[in-house]
Design a protein around this ligand. Structure first.
Ligand SMILES: Cc1cc2nc3c(=O)[nH]c(=O)nc-3n(C[C@H](O)[C@H](O)[C@H](O)COP(=O)(O)OP(=O)(O)OC[C@H]3O[C@@H](n4cnc5c(N)ncnc54)[C@H](O)[C@@H]3O)c2cc1C
Length: 410
């Protein structure tokens, strides 16, 4: 009997088509990129301003456009606005397949990520849908989610960026920092204070065209990821028409959480995919590398590393699938969100962030000095795993949400 948590027929269809797409469409672009000596999306050569090399960026963009044309780019978006309408359980299977089959390759760009369409902006006006959402779905433009500021991260409601009314328009001012895709984004999804003191109703979300007067890109913020994608953005009285407010004024906090929760839930498939990829690489290395005249795979010390990797991947994957299925029943992107949902979403994030960090650490250890080689997959994913515990809400904040859920009156 097939498991209700197993891959559905349309997931099987998706992954079959994705595998063909990787071989037929992505591999030639990847080969051409390798010949250019500009690095890869995960280890790009940076330009003089510290930003991802434009040729690497363009290779990713080409994959995104082709993936959209092949109907592979947006399975996570509702079918009524042109996406695949996949559930969270289905998306975990899709993400796991994409990450395990792509490794650190260009294929990862073929599935929408933080710079592409998110469930949070599906609630935009018909005009904004045509101007921003449809091109995001088509892969013809990219975006950035702009919530964090130089002095405000976790404490979202303390943000300085604000918007004031001017007739039916809004004027948005402030500085956002630590923003992924800040250098290239065509559309900015910006949260700003519109009703100071109104708590979770104090923010609104705006869609801002990067060509608009008053918007400027700031400095690059180099992180341990070394991908040249993170930076600052400045808004100086940028005029935004009422139809570019997502949802209603005052919905911004809920919509920002929806975007952040999307990224948190994606950890399940991402860490299962990369985790199994690292496990398979560690097993292969342990069978091939010799010490004392025999493969290190025969040493109990190394076997225990492999056992811990396997157990971490299995438990995080199983827990996440169960939580995604409960979230599917509650409505993972409902506004307002069901009060039982944040606990489950935060469990997915904290369990995956912490188990994947152990997986990456143990996998690197199996590879010995080779694992420390700059640019090796193990070294890269170790740095990435360390990074995961901070963006989209720190692991401490996830524990706060889980505790709130546990302590909530029945
Ligand atoms: C590579 C990268 C990409 C990013 N991309 C984006 C993006 O695209 N868009 C965006 O808006 N932001 C982005 N961010 C910002 C990211 O979301 C924040 O860094 C994160 O939310 C943490 O905020 P902070 O850095 O200000 O840490 P702080 O809020 O200063 O936290 C510092 C420490 O205090 C703890 N802490 C703070 N408040 C509490 C509390 N109430 N309870 C318990 N512990 C607490 C934290 O857990 C942490 O350990 C990105 C960050 C990085 C590193």
């Amino acid at each position: 009997m097939s498991s209700p948590l197993g891959p559905s027929d349309r997931v099987v269809d998706y992954t079959t088509r994705f595998a063909t797409f990787l071989a037929d469409e992505v591999a030639p672009i990847e080969e051409a990129l390798a010949a250019r000596s500009v690095g890869t999306p995960w280890q790009p050569v940076l330009d003089e301003a510290g930003r991802m090399h434009p040729e690497v960026w363009e290779a990713r963009r080409e994959v995104q456009r082709r993936s959209a044309a092949a109907g592979l780019f947006n399975p996570h978006i509702s079918s009524d606005v042109g996406g695949g309408g996949f559930s969270r359980v289905e998306m975990q299977h899709v993400e796991e397949f994409v990450y395990s089959s792509s490794g650190l390759g260009l294929g990862l760009a073929a599935l929408a990520w933080t710079e592409n369409a998110s469930p949070a902006i599906e609630r935009c006006s018909p005009e904004a849908r045509e101007r921003f959402l449809q091109p995001l779905l088509d892969g013809t433009i990219t975006g950035a989610f702009c919530n964090t500021e130089p002095s405000v991260g976790t404490d979202v409601l303390a943000m300085d960026t604000h918007a004031r009314r001017d007739g039916s328009d809004w004027l948005v001012s402030g500085t956002k920092a630590w923003i992924t895709n800040s250098h290239f984004a065509d559309v900015l999804q910006v949260t700003a204070v519109t009703d100071p003191g109104a708590g979770t109703r104090s923010l609104s979300m705006f869609l801002i065209d990067a060509g608009d007067k008053g918007f400027t890109r700031g400095r690059d913020i180099p992180t341990m990821l070394g991908d040249g994608l993170t930076g600052e953005l400045h808004f100086d009285e940028v005029r935004v028409p009422a139809e570019h407010v997502v949802g209603e004024p005052g919905d911004g906090f809920g919509l920002a959480m929806s975007w952040i929760n999307w990224r948190r839930m994606c950890r399940g498939g991402m860490c299962a995919g990369w985790g199994s990829w690292l496990r398979d690489r560690a097993v292969a290395r342990a069978k091939k590398r010799h010490s004392g005249g025999k493969p290190i795979a025969e040493l109990q010390a190394v076997q225990h590393l492999l056992a811990d990797i396997d157990t971490d991947v299995y438990t995080a994957r199983a827990m996440s699938l169960q939580a995604q299925s409960e979230l599917d029943a509650l409505g993972p992107f409902a506004q307002p969100l069901h009060p039982d949902a944040p606990r489950l979403i935060s469990m997915i994030k904290v369990v995956n962030d912490e188990s994947f960090f152990r997986v990456a650490d143990n996998a690197l250890q199996v590879h010995g000095g080779t694992g420390l080689l700059q640019g090796s997959p193990e070294e890269k994913l170790f740095r990435l795993a360390r990074n995961l515990k901070i963006p989209a809400g720190t692991v401490e904040i996830q524990r706060n949400a889980i505790a709130r859920g546990v302590l909530r009156p029945a």
